[in-house]
Design a protein around this ligand. Structure first.
Ligand code: AMP
Ligand code: MG
Length: 395
């Protein structure tokens, strides 16, 4: 049986970064930039005043100076200044070619058109052309997940259709005779389908698109017909039926659809019966139906895969450090590699983790509040409240 690392390496070996598309800035938030964005002009584009004041020449600062004009942001002064002359100037306005300093308005007295400089030993207060960056400098490097400031930087460079990775397309098939939609009241022996809501939200928060969702009863022939009719997708997720019970048909279904199975179980608790398969560039998972297993395998394998499809980065989920909350009850030992859902919160400047009191992996509402996964050390695991632990953040 594969370890979680072997499973991840196997998934990676069948994954590749998706191609790029151009999208408007309004649709580019959190998308992965694929080409370096470069400055189209020097910034600032001209020598500009850093202050409201007077642009003049240093040579005659101790003499009375005559104000002969004005430069406003967007309205430059188009004459020339001789020694002993100044122009009124405002922040961001172009500096006339023959001025070499700006005197802050607080550092002068003014009578009519004549100013006297009170402080002559001040900086120039000129923002030099290109001092922020030069034409062609990289302003946002390829590979960046675009944040609001990144988008503003692209806008300032006139890049209104950045090239970003296209959104991964996912199809979800939920299986089970016992399932009813959440807006229905379950009859005897039925339960509400909570996994479909979980998957839809997880896909959305990982930058993927749910292109189709279907429910199949536990019958291979109808499930095959339903799945074959799904619109084009990069990743197929099948919920339930991943194990080896008499009615667990996810593996034969994937094989009947022409997928090759790469692993059919991993040394993981919860989430052991995870199936991974591929068909050309399409990837598929059959996830164990238990809601807690569902969430755990999504966080450990599917979320990183969706990242890889978008970024091309092969990283396993990064680990943060925190400590276990005082008085936490801890899950019992197991030979399998255990990842326990926790609630992480910041307390006293560090992360504090409370393991969720889940009675079983079937506890769908007990998962509420989960935002972290704690890899439990192998038995005998001893974790106390003060001890630092590594965990995976699952925002
Ligand atoms: P399975 O993997 O299909 O054997 O399902 C394992 C357990 O998860 C069973 O108790 C199912 O009833 C439950 N289950 C399966 N699918 C869902 C779902 N979509 N929502 C909630 N529970 C589910
Ligand atoms: Mg089932």
């Amino acid at each position: 049986m594969f370890s979680t690392s072997q499973a991840w390496q196997t998934i990676l070996a069948h994954s590749r970064q998706l191609e790029s598309v151009r999208v408007p800035l309004a649709a580019a938030l959190d998308r992965i930039l694929r080409t370096d964005a470069r400055a189209e002009a020097d910034s600032p584009p001209f020598d500009a005043s850093a202050m409201d004041g007077y642009a003049t020449r240093r040579a005659l600062l101790t003499q009375p100076i005559r104000v002969i004009g004005e430069s406003q942001a967007g309205h430059p002064f188009d004459g020339a200044i001789s020694p002993g002359e100044a122009i009124r100037i405002f922040t961001g306005a172009p500096i006339p070619a023959d001025a070499d300093c700006v005197i802050k308005q607080e550092d002068v007295t003014r009578e009519g058109d004549v100013i006297r400089v009170l402080q002559t030993d001040r900086p120039d207060f000129i923002r030099r052309r290109g001092e922020n960056r030069r034409t062609g400098d990289i302003i946002v490097p390829a590979g960046t997940p675009l944040s609001p400031p990144d988008l503003a930087a692209l806008a300032s460079a006139g890049i209104t259709q950045p090239e970003v990775t296209r959104v991964p397309r996912c199809a979800h098939l939920v299986t089970g005779n016992e399932l009813v939609a959440p807006d229905r009241t379950p009859a005897a022996a039925q339960i509400r389908d909570s996994n479909s809501t979980l998957i839809a939200a997880l896909l959305q928060s990982n930058g993927a698109e749910l292109v189709a969702h279907a429910h199949a009863r536990d019958d291979l022939t109808t499930a095959q017909a339903i799945t074959a009719a799904l619109p084009a997708h990069d990743v197929l997720l099948i919920s339930g039926g991943a194990s080896v019970g008499d009615h667990d048909f996810a593996r034969p279904l994937l094989q009947a659809l022409g997928y090759t199975l790469h692993f059919q179980a991993i040394n993981l608790r919860p989430g052991k019966p995870l199936v991974f398969a591929s068909r050309g560039t399409q990837l598929a998972f059959a996830l164990p139906g238990n809601p807690v297993s569902h969430w755990v395998v999504f966080q450990l394998f599917i979320a990183p895969l969706l990242q890889h499809l978008q970024t091309g980065a092969a990283a396993e989920p990064p680990r943060l450090t925190g400590r276990i909350a005082t008085g936490s009850k801890f899950p019992s030992a197991d030979a399998r590699q255990t990842f326990w859902p926790c609630r992480a919160r910041i307390a006293g400047g560090t992360y504090e983790l409370t393991p969720l009191p889940l009675a079983s992996s079937g506890d769908s509402s007990g998962l509420a509040g989960a935002n972290a996964l704690l890899p439990v050390p192998p038995p005998p695991h001893t974790l106390d409240a003060s001890q630092p632990v590594e965990f995976i953040s699952c925002p």
